[in-house]
Write a protein that binds this ligand. Structure first.
Ligand SMILES: NC(=O)c1ccc[n+]([C@@H]2O[C@H](COP(=O)([O-])OP(=O)(O)OC[C@H]3O[C@@H](n4cnc5c(N)ncnc54)[C@H](OP(=O)(O)O)[C@@H]3O)[C@@H](O)[C@H]2O)c1
Length: 210
């Protein structure tokens, strides 16, 4: 019998890759607040009772918590919503995974580091700057302290979602070109390591199965 995976916040760029990588091997329940695929059902994971009820009724072997508000500027302007979505919801996921005695896989970000060094590894101490990064790091800390069994995977600058899913750098550039802009608006004081969603999802599977 195939093992079951509940994937929360699966409607975005990484969610698509995770769905495609895992669907052949696992029975999936994929939820999101934005139902943009026929394989998604609705869940707002900020609501603990709804989240718990939905996961319990599916009875998964693993809980994957992918979703977040990933727009950095939006998080700066809407701090309560950012922490509710990116931190408190991760607390929900942790409590649910513990209740069901299943492992939790939480997706975090390389953005929790201060960017003063050229390269970072697991042993570097996070120093998040903006509210997006802080909200994600607080999620990490909660998982680390409270989850019975967990994995935290940090991604770099994600790419690979295609025109429909990518809300980030690559699509922002493509949109400007498609609009016929002769001058492109580009962040030019920041370096990042691209993370291809499909590679990341494949590695999530490898790590999970180890
Ligand atoms: N994109 C990057 O460069 C990057 C880099 C490092 C780490 N990450 C992390 O990787 C994960 C996936 O990122 P992504 O790029 O795939 O983001 P994404 O494309 O924005 O997808 C996130 C999904 O979560 C949904 N969501 C937001 N609030 C929710 C809620 N309350 N309940 C249920 N679903 C909710 C979003 O819906 P709406 O679209 O309606 O908000 C969206 O469909 C996130 O945890 C992010 O922090 C991303």
């Amino acid at each position: 019998m195939r093992k079951k995976l509940y994937i929360a916040g699966c409607g975005g760029m990484l969610g698509l890759a995770v769905y495609n990588v895992f669907k052949k091997f696992y029975e999936l329940k994929c939820t999101d607040i934005d139902i943009n695929e026929d394989w998604l059902t609705f869940l707002d994971f900020r609501n603990y009772n709804d989240y718990l009820k939905d996961v319990v009724s599916f009875g998964p072997d693993y809980l994957l918590h992918l979703g977040a508000i990933t727009d950095l500027e939006y998080c700066e302007m809407n701090q309560d919503e950012a922490y509710q979505t990116n931190t408190v919801s991760v607390e929900n996921a942790t409590n649910i995974a513990n209740k069901l005695r299943i492992p939790l896989l939480y997706i975090s970000t390389a953005g929790i580091f201060d960017g003063l060094k050229e390269e970072y590894d697991d042993w570097d101490k996070p120093k998040p700057f903006g509210h997006y990064a802080k909200s994600k790091y607080l999620g990490e800390k909660f998982v680390e302290k409270n989850a019975n069994k967990y994995l935290i995977c940090r991604a770099g600058w994600m790419m690979g979602g295609g025109l429909k899913k990518d809300k980030k750098f690559v699509n922002k550039i493509i949109k400007q070109i498609a609009e016929g802009k002769k001058i492109l608006n580009v962040v030019n004081d920041k370096f990042g390591t691209p993370t291809y969603t499909l590679d990341f999802a494949k590695n999530m599977k490898l790590i999970l199965e180890k």
